[in-house]
Design a protein around this ligand. Structure first.
Ligand SMILES: C[S@@+](CC[C@H](N)C(=O)[O-])C[C@H]1O[C@@H](n2cnc3c(N)ncnc32)[C@H](O)[C@@H]1O
Length: 163
């Protein structure tokens, strides 16, 4: 069995999948980003770094990308994989701690938050808190990109994000 499958199965409640996102899915998620005018991206749920890799491929030379991953095995794997790219700050921290992390690094609010968090596996109170946290920590007129295999959490997202 491959690395991602083994780790994802061991931690299905937090990984929410058994395979990394496909190239097609990753490109679809990122296709509307205006790379030239994007200086800071926050990624939630690095996994084995398929989205991270595509962001680093297109991002500016002076981009700041912070990527958060709670699973230690995925975190170590991705930290090692992208160790040569100084634009990336990989953290073994939870997405619920966004505000602290931005404060810790003395950064402005991100232009874009890209999330592959498995929201459908979160408790309702956690979904509401997560979306509110994302909303409150995103730059004004910034973009929140969230992929989901099911539309059940869309109603929560729409409450905080009218567009
Ligand atoms: C569906 S996987 C996506 C992985 C990868 N980005 C991809 O697209 O293939 C979700 C990832 O989010 C991570 N995750 C779940 N809850 C998290 C949290 N509260 N904070 C940070 N990462 C979390 C999981 O460990 C898992 O790696």
């Amino acid at each position: 069995m491959n690395f991602f499958l083994v780790e994802a199965l061991k931690n299905f409640k937090t990984s929410g999948t058994v395979a990394p996102s496909s190239k097609h899915l990753v490109r679809t998620c990122l296709k509307k980003i205006d790379w030239e005018h994007t200086h800071f991206i926050l990624e939630l749920g690095t996994g084995d770094g398929v989205i991270t890799e595509e962001i680093l491929k297109h991002g500016r030379k002076d981009l700041t990308l912070i990527s958060l991953e709670i699973n230690e095995t995925f975190f170590n794997h991705s930290k090692e994989k992208f160790s040569g790219d100084h634009r990336l700050i990989m953290l073994n921290d939870s997405a619920f701690d966004i505000a602290d992390i931005i404060h810790r690094y003395n950064l402005p609010k991100p232009d874009i938050i890209v999330s592959s968090l498995p929201l459908t596996l979160f408790k309702e109170s956690e979904i509401i808190l997560m979306i509110q946290t994302i909303h409150d920590n995103l730059k004004e007129h910034g973009t929140y990109i969230q992929y989901q295999y099911s539309p059940v959490t869309l109603k929560f997202i729409k409450k905080s994000f009218r567009r």
